[in-house]
Design a protein around this ligand. Sequence first.
Ligand SMILES: Cc1cc2nc3c(=O)[nH]c(=O)nc-3n(C[C@H](O)[C@H](O)[C@H](O)COP(=O)(O)O)c2cc1C
Length: 202
Amino acid sequence: MRIDYAPESLGAGAFYRLLTSVVVPRPIAWVSTLAADGTTANLAPHSFFTVACTDPPIVQFTSVGRKDSLRNIEATGEFVVNLAPEPLFEQINASAVDFPAEVDEFDAVGIEREPSLVVGPPRVAASPVALECRLHSTLGIGDSTLVLGQVVHAAVHEDAVVDGRPDIRRLRPLSRLGGNEWGTVGEVRELARIPYRDWPTA
Ligand SMILES: Cc1cc2nc3c(=O)[nH]c(=O)nc-3n(C[C@H](O)[C@H](O)[C@H](O)COP(=O)(O)O)c2cc1C
């Protein structure tokens, strides 16, 4: 037996809660931006986040409604996706407070920043990965806006790299689950992909 849910009878809010409980775990883009004045920084987590294109490298996140991050990116054409690591759990959550636009979350929450190499918005110094992005395009859909950014530079803490590749045990990314739940990296398994020529019936 299954329980059936129709979006139109459940209502937008309840269906949103259902969706975010089942599209899990979601990686978290901790997005840093600069306001149009070029000085006030902004930092906010976004879990509607993924890779949109491999060549050129493009990532995407979704702003549900119009928020400071989106407004800043529209104004400056730049943002940084910082990986949201487990040791910064409390700060990541605090940076999601709906501070007024003129509040710099780095200052308000006490998060150390460092300059980016290629773009204007600062990076989170203690985050092991920063993807510096230039706005590729936005796409308005319903109450949300997809933000696509071309990654123009990636900076990874050297102690997070093992055998030439960022290591999941060193990155320790948090993920977003349903409601107020967050995930941490659990058991990691390896399994090689099977080429068709190795499939038993090929
Ligand atoms: C873990 C987590 C994930 C979130 N994901 C999103 C998201 O994908 N899209 C969104 O619009 N808001 C998301 N939020 C809420 C924003 O972070 C929050 O509205 C924040 O205040 C926006 O900041 P800004 O106005 O400075 O851009 C999330 C919050 C948390 C704690």
